[in-house]
Each structure stands twice: as C-alpha cells, then as structure tokens.
Design a protein around this ligand. Structure first.
Ligand code: ZN
Length: 209
C-alpha cells in the first residue's frame, strides 16, 4: 500500500492533544468530505448519504462555496454539517500566521454569509499547521483532523482496493476522510454505498461531531 494509506498514528494524539483525531468513545464513525462543494460530486454524494440516511461533515473551501452557494445550502438543508477548510486550500507550512488566518477568515465570511451562521469546525488543508496557526484557530474553532484516510484521490487506487482498504482499517470512533471532488466521484459512487452498508452491518453508526 502507498505511504498515505494509513491510520493516523496514536502518537498524534500525544503531540497534538488539542486537535481532534478520533472519538474513541462509543460505536460511532464520523464521515468527512473535503474540498467541495463541487457540482460533479456533491449532488451524487448527497444522494448516496440520503439513501442510507447517513449524516456527514463537509469541510468546504471558501472559493468553492462562493462559486456554488446553492450546493452549500443544500448540504446544510439535508442535515449535514459544514466546516471551514480555508479559502483556497493553503498549506500552513508555506504561510505565516497572518496570511493563514486571513484565508481562514475569508472562508468563514463567505460560508457564514451563505449559511447564515459561521462554521465552528476547521480542518487544515494537508493537515499542515504551524503552532501559532493552531493557537489562533483554536480561538474560534475545533480543529478536526482524521484517523483514517481513504486514498480516494489516488488515480492508481481502484475502487475495489479503496473499498477493501477502508473496510479493513475502520475502527469505532474513526474520523474518515474522503474528498468531495470531480476527480474522486467515479470511485466514491462505487465505494460509498458498500462502505456504509458494511459499517452498519458491523454495528457502527454514523454521527456528526
Ligand atoms: Zn483538502
């Protein structure tokens, strides 16, 4: 398996205790979709979730929310949560804290104007933040990382292998990362329905954070 196909190591909890990596209490799973909203993938993902009666968290980019405000509204209307994923997918490692926080605020303002209230969850693009950025972001947000990355974005990973991987690796309390993108939807429309069914059959319920 490729380097990114992994569960986040337990040590992440120890080094970054203020960041949420997983919620080990209970029999819940937390589904997250990053980088949308996107007109090719979001409507399909929403239909799959609706059919299975599953709620998820969508970490949206401000620039995409601005382009597709109706999609953002639809995500919320269908009972899902939306979170801030920065304005244009900036890496914290490449920016000073002022520039980074500006990107977080831009996304917050756009999403707040469309949704009527500002998101309270933030996920850093690439999972990369400097300590000062973490500190500033924590003033307004809970920072939500992930414990299981699906690898859905890798064109070399077939739908079958992606499904096999997430089924094998999922544990109760996991925060699972998928992507809400045009490039992932062909795979996700095969993987998601079977994955949701698999988790349900195994006694795991899907929950919002
Ligand atoms: Zn992202």
């Amino acid at each position: 398996l490729s380097f990114y196909l992994h569960r986040t190591p337990i040590v992440a909890d120890l080094f970054f205790p203020k960041l949420l990596w997983r919620k080990p209490d209970g029999d819940k799973i937390y589904l997250t979709f990053d980088d949308g909203p996107d007109p090719k993938s979001t409507p399909i993902i929403l239909s799959i979730l609706r059919e299975s009666n599953v709620k998820a968290i969508f970490f949206c980019l401000g620039e995409n929310a601005a382009k597709y405000p109706d999609l953002l509204k639809r995500i919320i209307e269908e009972g899902h949560l939306v979170g801030n994923h920065s304005q244009s997918h900036v890496s914290g490692w490449r920016q000073d804290t002022d520039a980074y926080m500006k990107s977080v605020r831009q996304c917050q303002e756009i999403m707040g104007a469309i949704a009527g209230s500002s998101p309270t969850l933030f996920r850093p693009p690439y999972g990369r933040m400097k300590p000062g950025q973490i500190k500033s972001t924590l003033n307004d947000y809970e920072i939500v990382m992930w414990s299981l990355m699906s690898g859905d974005f890798d064109p070399r990973l077939s739908a079958e292998k992606c499904l096999h991987f997430v089924k094998e690796k999922t544990r109760r309390g996991d925060i699972v990362l998928f992507h809400d993108q045009a490039s992932t939807i062909r795979k996700l429309e095969k993987v998601l329905p079977q994955y949701l069914e698999y988790c349900r059959t195994g006694g795991l319920e899907f929950s919002l954070i």
